[in-house]
Design a protein around this ligand. Structure first.
Ligand code: ZN
Length: 401
């Protein structure tokens, strides 16, 4: 191999001699080409082997003239014998070319991956949009006539218009974007109402909004996040105004109250009011609980005899009497829930058997009366917050509609 020793600027004379001796080789001896061993050079100059190597590496380099990078043609440069000996492949690529090619390959593979993922995503989105369009078209075909709407749905639609309609009276805002009083007493019931009106084709999915929301999801399945999506009303603004006016008429109110579903729906509103209050009380007291069917069924039993305000009082007392160590010692939420359940049961029985007075609790300021309460109770019976202050059975029996 043809080689040439190069020196760094300002090299000392002594160091130059060391470098020359270090790199001095016998031609054609590939096994053992170096004339002086490091130890020999070191002995001559009073240095250790590693000091010799360090002086050489810092002051000189060996250019291998006939050994080139196969990409850019730069000659190989060695700084020590180990590098020189390790030259064996005829197909050498310098570090700079290797890195450039590596980055190029990396960029290409990334670009391909991004392109194929994007293509796949677009295919999925297109199929989603098609499903949405089909869903909306099927809805439009099945919109009922105004005079065919179920009486409960009629009033629910009025509540949705009252709470969620946009200024132009053509579409809704999303449940999650609303401040102040809520549509119903509890978010689960809000979602249930929206779902019901969508299934009855009174609220039509808004394709553009659903498509925008799609970017929040991993999968493009036709699924609706009912608290986030917006809808278009199936009727025009004049028809909606008529629905509202009609809901104020005695004939409509009579029809509503006489519908067997009215009582069931009112029970649901009241139960949701109580569930919401229990959740609120627990979180204020930093208690984690599970509100399942067992507690719901107990609250429903309480509501058979007592008003929501009285059940609020029982709930408040039940949560208050949970021992204060419960939240400190991370006690299982099932145990706390059972404790509250037993307390509500106890306070209910005490009131029922007249061991203690039935007391009423005010509405919590954090949870004002919902729109549904106003429309299904206040406006129908003409009594302020009667769904809260009065027991449903009494309210319906003595109703003056
Ligand atoms: Zn190169």
């Amino acid at each position: 191999m043809k080689t040439k020793v190069g020196y760094k600027l300002g090299i000392l004379e002594n160091d130059k001699i060391i470098c020359d001796k270090y790199w001095l080789r016998v031609k054609y001896d590939h096994e053992n080409p170096f004339i002086y061993r490091c130890k020999e050079i070191g002995a001559e100059f009073g240095l250790s082997c590693s000091e010799v190597t360090r002086i050489v590496e810092n002051n000189a380099y060996l250019t291998v003239i006939d050994y080139h990078c196969n990409s850019c043609g730069t000659a190989k440069i060695c700084y020590n014998r180990a590098e020189f000996i390790s030259i064996y492949s005829t197909n050498w690529e310098c570090e700079s070319c290797y890195l450039k090619k590596f980055h190029h390959r990396l960029q290409n593979s990334r670009k391909e991956r991004v392109e194929s993922a994007l293509e796949q995503r677009l295919i999925e989105e297109n199929s989603y949009i098609n499903q949405l369009i089909q869903f909306r078209e099927a809805q439009i075909e099945a919109v009922p006539r105004l005079d065919e709407i179920d009486i409960i749905d009629h009033y629910l639609l009025v509540a949705v218009i009252s709470k969620l309609a946009t200024e132009n009276f053509r579409s809704t805002t999303a449940l999650c974007d609303n401040l102040g009083n809520t549509l119903s007493p509890f978010h689960d019931l809000d979602v249930k109402i929206i779902n019901r009106l969508m299934r009855k084709n009174l609220l039509l999915v808004n394709i553009e909004n659903s498509y925008t929301l799609l970017h929040d999801y991993e999968e493009c399945l036709l699924q609706f996040d009912l608290s986030k999506i917006t809808f278009d009303f199936a009727f025009d603004p004049d028809q909606l105004k008529n629905l509202i006016i009609d809901s104020k008429r005695s004939s409509s109110k009579n029809k509503l109250v006489n519908s067997p579903k009215y009582k069931i729906f009112c029970e649901d509103i009241q139960l949701n009011d109580c569930v919401n209050y229990l959740a609120h009380c627990s979180s204020v007291n930093e208690l984690e609980i599970v509100i399942g069917e067992k507690i719901e069924s107990l609250l429903s039993t309480c509501l058979l005899r007592y008003s929501v305000s009285e059940v609020y009082f029982m709930t408040w007392k039940a949560v208050k009497t949970v021992p204060s160590y419960s939240c400190k010692f991370d006690i299982d939420k099932m145990l706390i829930s059972n404790f509250i359940y037993n307390n509500i049961q106890k306070f209910h029985d005490e009131t029922r058997y007249q061991l203690s007075d039935s007391k009423k609790h005010n509405r919590d300021r954090a949870h004002p009366k919902s729109v549904l309460n106003r429309i299904f109770f206040d406006e129908v019976h003409g009594i302020e917050d009667c769904g809260f202050w009065q027991n449903l059975e009494n309210l319906l029996n003595y109703s003056q509609i």
